[in-house]
Design a protein around this ligand. Sequence first.
Ligand SMILES: CC(C)(COP(=O)(O)OP(=O)(O)OC[C@H]1O[C@@H](n2cnc3c(N)ncnc32)[C@H](O)[C@@H]1OP(=O)(O)O)[C@@H](O)C(=O)NCCC(=O)NCCS
Length: 176
Amino acid sequence: MLVNYSNLTIRNATTADAEQLALWWSDGKVMAHAGFPNGLGQSAQSIADNLKGDRDDVHRRLILEINQVPVGEMSYSNLGDGVAEIGIKICDFSAQNKGSGKLFLSMLIRTLYNDLGFTKIILDTNLNNHRAQHVYEQLGFRKVRIRENAWTNQVGELQSSVDYELSPQGFRDCTK
Ligand SMILES: CC(C)(COP(=O)(O)OP(=O)(O)OC[C@H]1O[C@@H](n2cnc3c(N)ncnc32)[C@H](O)[C@@H]1OP(=O)(O)O)[C@@H](O)C(=O)NCCC(=O)NCCS
């Protein structure tokens, strides 16, 4: 995938991105929202090995760039029956909260619907993540359920999640 909008780019992650991904994923501040407040600790080699298995029709790890500088990552997975599950992480804190997240998500969602043929997009987020929920609802995602105390994070704290889904009809593209 290669999608450009203004100064934003979404591109496929390659093995050349493994060192950067390892740095981000080892940072507990970046990974706390995903349940890893001590970081993931996955080696660059292991990340590179995983990236080699990415395929457009199955799963892709994507790199987000602003002015050609990597600031974070996204991913999508094909769950079958036209459903894609997505995730986003703007890892560079200085790039958060400046309007890019809703644009990157719009770029990805438009591509998943128009170019890759998906008909439903799902995701989940931590119930504490009010910013992410605000952005998802701006884009038209519908809250499907809240899962209270459904899982424990890396340090044994119970966490709650919100499940969202988006239909092509409900999508509000923030790039328009
Ligand atoms: C969540 C994330 C993708 C959003 O992208 P972003 O570029 O930071 O967000 P944007 O600037 O596009 O939009 C932020 C919106 O949330 C609002 N917001 C900010 N903090 C908020 C909060 N605590 N509660 C509610 N809304 C909040 C902003 O006012 C803005 O809304 P507006 O456009 O109506 O004014 C990004 O912050 C990120 O990757 N965070 C770290 C990882 C993460 O949380 N990933 C999602 C987990 S599933």
